[in-house]
Write a protein that binds this ligand. Structure first.
Ligand code: DAH
Length: 339
C-alpha cells in the first residue's frame, strides 16, 4: 500500500510539473483529487484495510493529499502569473506610435473670398443686402436702364423663365431693389449667385458676383476710385495699382472698366495676366441719373457710384486657378489646397 501511495505521489507531482496551462493543471486536479480521482478512491479503499492499520494509512493518504494539493496550488499561482504576463504583453499598446491623422475641413475658396470681401467693405461703412436669384425683368433690366428689346441686353446671355421673369444675370438687380426701397445715404454691397447661358474655361452658367452701391450728395468718380483702390490693396496686396479705362454700361454714366496690377507677378507679366502685367477685374461707374430717377431718387440732389465683379474671377486671379469649373466640381484634392 505504501508503495502504491508513493507511486501515485511521484506520478501526480510529475504531471503537475509538466502542466503548462491552467486547463492542463485542472485535468491533473480532477485525475487525482476529483470525486473519482485516484486519491479520493484510496479513501474508499480504506474499508479493505485491516482495522488496526487504518489510522496510519489514513495519515499517509492525508499527507499525500496535502502534498499534491499544496504543489497544485503553488503551480496554479505560477501558471496564472505567467499567463497574466503573456496577456499583458499581447495587449500592450505602444503609446509612442503617432495617432491617426485628423483631417480638418476648410472653407471653399469662394466662401473664404466672399467673407474677406464683406469684411473689407463693411470696414468702409457698407452694409450687406441680398436679393432673389429668380428675378423680375424689371429689376434685372428695366430699372437699370435696359429696356425690353434694347440691344444692350445682348451683353448678357439670359436664362428666361418667361417674358417677365429671369434667372438674374447680375447682382446689379439688387441695386434697383435697394434704390426703390430706400433714400440716400445708401452704402450697400451684395454678394450672390448669378446665371448666364455661357460655358467655357472662364465662364460658368452659374457664378458669383459682388455688387457695390453708394448714393449720397456729392459722390464723385474720385470716391469710386478711392474705394476701389482700398479694396484692391486689401484683397490682393498693398503694392497693387488700379487703373480705370472708359467703358459702357447702361446703368452708369460715365462707365469704366477697372484693371489691377497682376497679383501673381506684381505687374511683371505672367500666365495669369497674359504677359500684360494688368488684369481686368470689374465694371463700375457713376450711377446713371436716369436709373436714380426711375428708382425714385432725385438725381438733381443725389449722385452715386456702383461697381460689380465676379467673386470667381477674384479667386482665380488671387490663387492662379486656371479654370472656373474647378470652383464648382468640389474635388477635395483641389479644395484641400485652401486649408
Ligand atoms: N453688372 C455688370 C456685369 O454683370 C457689372 C457692373 C458694371 C456692375 C458696372 C455695376 C456697374 O454696378 O456699375 O457685367
Amino acid at each position: 500500500m505504501k508503495e502504491k501511495l508513493d507511486n501515485i505521489k511521484a506520478a501526480a507531482l510529475r504531471e503537475i510539473e509538466l502542466a503548462s496551462t491552467t486547463a492542463e493543471l485542472n485535468n491533473v486536479r480532477v485525475k487525482y483529487l476529483g470525486k473519482s480521482g485516484e486519491i479520493s478512491l484510496l479513501m474508499r479503499d480504506m474499508a479493505t484495510v485491516a482495522k488496526e492499520d487504518r489510522p496510519a494509512m489514513g495519515k499517509l493518504v492525508n499527507e499525500l493529499r496535502n502534498a499534491v494539493e499544496g504543489t497544485l496550488i503553488a503551480k496554479t499561482e505560477q501558471i496564472a502569473e505567467l499567463e497574466k504576463q503573456a496577456r499583458l504583453k499581447a495587449e500592450a499598446i505602444d503609446i509612442t506610435l503617432p495617432s491617426s491623422a485628423q483631417r480638418l475641413g476648410s472653407l471653399h475658396p469662394l466662401t473664404a473670398i466672399r467673407r474677406e470681401l464683406i469684411d473689407i467693405f463693411t470696414g468702409m461703412g457698407f452694409t450687406v443686402a441680398d436679393g432673389p436669384e429668380i428675378e423680375s425683368d424689371l429689376f434685372n433690366f428695366q430699372l437699370l436702364n435696359i429696356p425690353k428689346d434694347h440691344p444692350s441686353r445682348d451683353m448678357q446671355d439670359t436664362f428666361y423663365v418667361n417674358d417677365n421673369i429671369v434667372l438674374r444675370t447680375q447682382t446689379s438687380a439688387v441695386q434697383a431693389r435697394i434704390m426703390t426701397n430706400a433714400q440716400p445715404p445708401i452704402r450697400v454691397v451684395s454678394p450672390g449667385k448669378v446665371y448666364r447661358s455661357d460655358d467655357d474655361a472662364s465662364h460658368s452658367p452659374i457664378f458669383n458676383q459682388f455688387e457695390g452701391l453708394a448714393v449720397d450728395e456729392h459722390i464723385t468718380m474720385g470716391d469710386l476710385q478711392g474705394c476701389l483702390t482700398t479694396f484692391a490693396k486689401k484683397i490682393f496686396s498693398e503694392d497693387t495699382k488700379v487703373r480705370l479705362r472708359p467703358s459702357y454700361f447702361p446703368f452708369t454714366e460715365p462707365s469704366v472698366e477697372v484693371d489691377v496690377t497682376c497679383s501673381m507677378c506684381h505687374g511683371k507679366g505672367c500666365r495669369v495676366c497674359k504677359g500684360t502685367g494688368w488684369v481686368e477685374i470689374l465694371g463700375a461707374g457713376i450711377v446713371n441719373p436716369a436709373v436714380l430717377d426711375m428708382c425714385g431718387i432725385d438725381s438733381k440732389k443725389y449722385s452715386g457710384f456702383a461697381f460689380g465683379f465676379g467673386i470667381d474671377r477674384i479667386a482665380m486671379i488671387k490663387y492662379g486657378i486656371p479654370n472656373i469649373k474647378l470652383l464648382y466640381e468640389n474635388d477635395v484634392r483641389f479644395l484641400a489646397q485652401f486649408n
